[in-house]
Design a protein. Structure first.
Length: 183
């Protein structure tokens, strides 16, 4: 099974205030996020982290590396703006700036940033993103998978599709993809 998440910001105390996360400390936040992942992701699952895994100094590397190693599943990184070189060098199964994942009958295009259009957009692919935290849920075909809008656990294909159907069309969709399937 594939699981998707973004913007964990492990070890980043300021994100608690910035995003109004309900934690009294960075340790409590990191524990909750990692526990939520471990409760859902199996060892043979794929965990796609769409950027900003950790926000930490080089001296925090051992702590972040231990958290990384304790997470279950095959871990894939879609690089975000806060993923420092040493975070990108952890033992990821794969690392990309953008990736296309076929999940059952759905094509997901994964990027840390929300995009106006993307590969296979005209043919029903759904873009998954993070970066914007709790500022935007997305639209019918572009879904924010960040921890701040999913109450911290990762999400899966079925939940993403349910959320997508509840979202409005992107007001600019016909400007960038005229004649596409969303008309």
């Amino acid at each position: 099974m594939n699981w998707y998440t973004a913007d964990l910001h492990l070890n980043h105390d300021a994100v608690i205030r910035f995003c109004k996360r309900p934690f009294g400390s960075v340790t409590a936040m990191d524990n909750q996020i990692c526990k939520a992942i471990a409760s859902l992701v199996a060892v043979d699952d794929d965990l796609w982290i769409l950027g900003d895994f950790a926000f930490a100094r080089l001296e925090d590397r051992p702590k972040i590396a231990a958290r990384f190693s304790a997470l279950p599943g095959r871990k894939h990184l879609i690089v975000g703006n806060h993923d420092r070189p040493w975070v990108r060098e952890l033992a990821w199964t794969s690392r990309h700036d953008i990736a296309v994942v076929r999940d059952d009958d759905t094509n997901f295009v994964l990027c840390h940033y929300p995009m106006m259009t993307w590969p296979m957009a005209r043919y029903g692919s759904i873009q998954l993103f993070g970066h914007v935290h709790n500022n935007w849920l997305g639209s019918r075909n572009a879904i924010n998978v960040g921890v701040d809008v999913w109450n911290f656990p990762p999400t899966n294909r079925l939940d993403i599709l349910r959320r997508a159907t509840a979202q409005p069309l992107n007001a600019h969709w016909n400007d960038v993809e005229p004649g596409s399937y969303l008309e």
